[in-house]
Design a protein around this ligand. Structure first.
Ligand SMILES: Nc1ncnc2c1ncn2[C@@H]1O[C@H](COP(=O)(O)OP(=O)(O)OP(=O)(O)O)[C@@H](O)[C@H]1O
Ligand SMILES: [Mg+2]
Length: 254
């Protein structure tokens, strides 16, 4: 049997990109237009941004990468190896963390400390060690005051930061952040920018907040109608003058 006919038997390649998406298509059941349409994406290492109009498929793309949705077509690779089965995605999820667009999708334990300790406990780390790891990451994010709080009673901004703690405690190599600055006040937003700046891991950050992306990423990809239409921060620019695009990134012809 040829090697190609047994892709799942291939080994991970340490020099390959962490994630590659080739010609990925996905449609939600009953929808006439695909949410992802033969999309190709090999994100750069480091921190990159992803912008695009509402409904252009950004969140869907993250859910496809995590294996929460299955593409109808195309190929996805993790460290050079095809992602085919749930067990391949379980491996990916040990190294890739997703901050959900809605923090209520992320948090489910009674208290903050239990929520942050949940991931390590799930990896069969001892309860004492898991609590210690949770305490450390909360301290690093200056959230120790929230440890014993009831998770569902936190404010939206607090939930966002605690959600980030539940992911960072797992020490991911790649962080997918879906609109992390949504509903944050300017102080919390600045704190998030500072936290992200201090992380030495790759991040893909979906945001409509151009200033935030400009401050926290080296490269920006743009999405439209389920496709990545362009990449390159230099091809998009941001300035303030009176026309339709306001402060949004845009291009001028000529
Ligand atoms: N569960 C679902 N069932 C059916 N259609 C869906 C579902 N989730 C999203 N869609 C549709 O798929 C398309 C892409 O949605 P997606 O949430 O990926 O967009 P987005 O770029 O993240 O938008 P936003 O900026 O508003 O968060 C939209 O047309 C949306 O209405
Ligand atoms: Mg979205």
């Amino acid at each position: 049997m040829s090697r190609l006919s047994q892709p799942s038997a291939m080994n991970y390649n340490s020099t390959a990109p962490l994630i590659e998406l080739h010609d990925i298509s996905f449609s939600y059941p009953g929808s006439k237009t695909p949410a992802l349409d033969e999309l190709n994406f090999i994100p750069d290492q480091g921190k990159v941004g992803l912008i695009g109009p509402n409904g252009s498929g950004k969140t869907t793309l993250f859910h496809i990468i995590m294996g929460l949705l299955k593409p109808s077509d195309g190929q996805m690779l993790f460290k050079g190896k095809p992602l085919l089965k749930e067990k391949d995605f379980r491996k990916l999820r040990q190294e890739v963390g997703l901050l959900f667009q809605d923090a209520d999708d992320q948090l489910f334990s009674p208290t903050v400390l239990e929520d942050v300790a949940f991931g390590p406990l799930n990896l069969k780390i001892s309860p004492a060690k898991a609590r210690e790891m949770a305490g450390q990451i909360l301290k690093k994010l200056r959230l120790s005051d929230l440890e014993e709080r009831v998770t569902h009673q936190l404010s939206g901004g607090e939930k966002k930061l605690v959600s980030l703690a539940t992911i960072l405690v797992m020490e991911p190599k790649l962080l997918l952040l879906d609109e992390p600055t949504n509903n944050l006040d300017s102080a919390t937003r600045s704190r998030l920018i500072e936290i992200l700046g201090s992380l030495e891991i790759s991040c893909i950050i979906i945001s409509h907040d151009w200033d935030f992306l400009a401050a926290s990423t080296a490269e920006i990809y743009a999405m439209e109608n389920g496709r990545l239409i362009r990449s390159g921060k230099s091809s998009l620019h941001n300035h303030f003058h009176v026309h339709l695009h306001g402060g949004q990134p845009h291009e001028h012809g000529g």
